[in-house]
Design a protein around this ligand. Structure first.
Ligand code: DX5
Ligand code: ZN
Length: 213
């Protein structure tokens, strides 16, 4: 067993049975719960928002890892934190020159901050911010949907980031993670893995989570 933070994505859960599906991964030892928020603008899909985060907070004790795939994130971050987000991840592409202000706000609210980059965004856009954030999220699929194929070239950015941060820094990989692609990510230096379909579509959720560690 290693110290990998496993964060199952509820995007692959059955929303009609969300509490049941959260309890399943919690019981199987999930460290965080990954909540994918999509606005239909930053990504071509719409998922869930602030009221769902608020309700989920009531039924689980594990930290809520909120991945914001939205434009103008600063307009909504205060509300997501009020609703119970423990880790707030914004996309670099959605913030550009606002990123420092956004990270300062998240830190001031006492929650962890993350910055995500899409597969075609170079890792060096994070260089000036690494000391101002708790986590980098390397996307290994184009954000918007679960169940897509892992883009290995995008994962190589993990190594670039790893060489510039301390051991406590969290490097999370999201998109197309399974037992095999998890090995690539861990080898490159990732210490947190998000998985949607691999966990929720498996017959043995416990075995699936264990196999990622
Ligand atoms: C994609 C989301 C991911 C996705 C992961 O936009 O950010 O978190 O739900 O799903 P899988 O693991 O099935 O690729
Ligand atoms: Zn995600």
């Amino acid at each position: 067993m290693s110290n990998i933070i496993v964060s199952p994505s509820i995007l692959s859960a059955d929303f009609a049975y969300l509490q049941r599906d959260i309890e399943r991964v919690e019981k199987a030892g999930a460290n965080w719960l990954h909540i994918d928020v999509m606005d239909g603008h930053f990504v071509p899909n719409i998922s869930i928002g602030i009221p769902v985060v608020k309700s989920v907070k009531r039924v689980t004790k594990i930290p809520l890892d909120v991945h914001l795939m939205i434009e103008n994130p600063m307009d909504y971050i205060p509300k997501f934190i009020d609703a119970g987000a423990d880790i707030v991840t914004v996309h670099q592409e959605a913030c550009s020159d606002m990123l420092e202000v956004v990270l300062e706000y998240i830190k001031a609210r006492g929650v962890k901050s993350g910055v995500a980059i899409k597969p075609n965004t170079p890792a060096n856009v994070l260089n000036d911010y690494l000391d101002k954030m708790d986590m980098a999220l390397v996307m290994t699929v184009e954000p918007g949907f679960s169940g897509q194929k892992f883009i290995e070239e995008a994962a190589y950015k993990v190594e670039y980031i790893k060489n510039r941060v301390s051991d406590e820094f969290i490097i999370q990989v999201d998109g197309g993670i399974n037992d095999k692609t998890a090995n690539v990510c861990k080898y490159l230096g990732a210490n947190s893995l998000v998985a949607g379909d691999y966990i929720y579509k498996s017959v043995d959720i416990q075995a699936a989570i264990d196999s990622l560690r």
